[in-house]
Design a binder for this molecule. Structure first.
Ligand code: ADP
Ligand code: ZN
Length: 521
């Protein structure tokens, strides 16, 4: 309706002081205003808050915002108050009298946005009190807290699954920066009962050049990369404390102002190094993942991963520390299949549930898919988060396309097997079928009778698994974490199967050693 359109743009300018929406914001706002259950996924800093605050103001009445942390609530409320919005938070960090006074104002209809912790909102008393008020919308911030696959699961968030029944007809919007498919699907399931529009946007950081190199002699590779970029700030990530120390020492010996940072150092020594990195130009921080949370230095010119992270989310977050000023920056990753095999072993040894292990294994597969990609890296990375992207021109693959071979026929063989076995099995099982391994399970299910059974016995299972990984990486197959990584054909997968799309792989020239190492994987 035109009235809502007008109100939307007026509030955007008057309350928030912005002349236009950022990419992705408008779609979310419109969908929320249309009353459609919505999940918005955007990285930190992309502008999620506006996606519920603006519709709340346009809809009028009282809108509820669920937030897990007192500090987050207070930050948001303060910012809104400065913009002249009647926002309040009721939480356990305030004196009772203050909370009572705020509630009186809420009941009188004087508050537009009320921030609450999930357990407070879902108490019967609060719900019945709210039911008597004119509600605008309900927003669930940090919605990944509802997912057990995430790193910050909160049991209180599970109760929020009742929201859609408690407040029928009231627009419900969830927001998070955590974007992988497992977490997203989980949020949609638990908060929305499976039905929601999902928007993913804002993940692209076009000023960061993305590259992956084979890891041959990491110490030398790191040194030459760093020395080729003198007098700029950079971060080198290493997997262990020992490697951090070794790398920092080697760089120092080469005349680079490099400082170590890891959890094994004293808090004072760490803080001192961080201080130097922030305050001075041209310092290289050599660090474990312990470094970076909340670091706000805008002119970091590169992030070098000398060891592959375990997930694309971690990778994305870490490279995102480069180029915050918008000027050109670089992300280089040194890839070795052996590193991945080590990570896989750690995973196997971890004392977590089989489901959890499966999810983590799929995440690792996606990391490998990215490293072995023959198509635009940025497109693979953003695709993993669910954001569409064209070839970027600012990654190593776009700049210098690798030699590839047409592997469409092999892809069709496994895709046919995935389909024929009912899209219920993971990569290891499909690889065993195509190589013709007759286990009791295989024969019991009659899968040894499938047309393509054993059709690929000329290649080792590891090669087939690598191919399946690539099919997942380009999203021709979806590995469903809720069903133990069961592979399902996507639209792209059907196109390859139907012969309307080709599938290419990196030509196997330099890979002798790597292929050997992949046996573990
Ligand atoms: P997130 O919650 O996603 O981390 P915020 O909502 O805090 O991000 O927004 C990050 C920054 O972007 C804030 O400073 C905000 O004012 C700014 N911002 C949000 N939307 C817009 C817009 N449409 N135009 C300009 N700046 C915006
Ligand atoms: Zn590219």
């Amino acid at each position: 309706p035109p009235a809502i359109e007008a109100a939307k743009h007026a509030r955007l300018a008057e309350v928030f002081g912005f002349d236009r929406f950022r990419p992705g914001q408008q779609d979310v706002v419109d969908t929320v205003l249309a009353g459609v259950p919505t999940l918005a996924v955007m990285p930190t800093g992309a502008g999620k808050s506006l996606c519920y605050q603006l519709p709340a103001l346009v809809l009028g009445g009282l809108s509820i915002v669920v937030s897990p942390l007192i500090a987050l609530m207070d930050d948001q409320v303060n910012a809104l108050k400065l913009q002249g919005v009647a926002a309040e938070a009721i939480h356990s960090g305030k004196p009772r009298e203050d909370n009572v006074e705020i509630w009186r104002r809420v009941a009188r209809g004087e508050v537009s946005l009320l921030y609450l912790a999930p357990e407070r909102l879902m108490s019967e008393r609060m719900l019945s009190a709210l039911a008597r008020l004119p509600l605008g919308l309900v927003a669930v911030d940090e919605a990944h807290c509802v997912s057990q696959w995430g790193h910050s699961f909160r049991a209180e968030y599970l109760q929020l699954g009742r929201l859609r029944e408690v407040f029928p007809g009231i627009p419900l919007v969830a927001l998070t920066a955590t974007a992988d498919r497992a977490t997203r699907d989980d949020i949609v399931e638990r908060l929305f009962g499976g039905q929601a529009r999902v928007f993913v946007s804002g993940f692209d950081r076009p000023n960061i050049f993305i590259g992956v190199e084979d890891k041959k002699d990491p110490a030398r590779q790191i040194e030459s990369f760093v020395r080729a970029r003198p007098n700029v700030s950079g971060i080198v990530y290493r997997i262990s404390r020992k490697k951090v120390d070794e790398t920092a020492e080697r760089l120092q010996a080469a005349g680079v102002r490099a400082l170590p940072y890891h959890a094994g150092m004293s808090p004072e020594a760490r803080a001192a190094n961080q201080e130097v990195f922030l305050a001075e130009d041209g310092v290289v921080m050599v660090a474990t993942v312990a470094f970076g949370m909340g670091i706000d230095k805008s002119d970091v010119r590169y992030v070098l991963h000398a060891d592959a992270p375990g997930t694309l989310e971690a990778y994305y977050q870490e490279i995102g520390r480069a180029g915050r000023d918008g000027a050109p920056a670089e992300a280089l990753l040194l890839y070795s299949a052996g590193d991945i095999a080590t990570r896989r072993r750690f995973l196997d040894e971890e004392a977590s549930s089989p489901e959890r292990k499966m999810v983590e294994a799929r995440r690792l597969d996606a990391m490998v898919g990215f490293c072995e990609a023959v198509t635009c890296r940025r497109a693979v990375l953003l695709g993993y988060f669910g954001e569409r992207a064209k070839a970027c021109g600012a990654c190593d693959v776009c700049r210098d396309p690798p030699k590839v071979v047409d592997a469409s026929r092999s892809a069709q063989q496994v895709l046919r097997l995935v389909r024929a076995s009912g899209e219920r099995y993971g990569a290891a099982y499909i690889a065993s079928l195509v190589t013709g391994q007759r286990s009791d399970q295989v024969c019991g299910r009659g899968h040894d009778k499938l047309a393509e059974f054993g059709a690929g016995a000329d290649k080792p299972a590891s090669e087939w698994r690598a191919l399946l990984r690539q099919l997942v990486a380009i999203n021709a197959l979806h590995a469903d974490p809720q069903r133990y990584g069961a592979l399902m054909l996507t639209e792209a997968g059907n196109a390859i199967l139907g012969g309307t799309r080709t599938f290419t792989l990196r030509a196997p020239t330099r890979h002798k050693r790597d292929r050997h190492a992949q046996r573990d994987g």
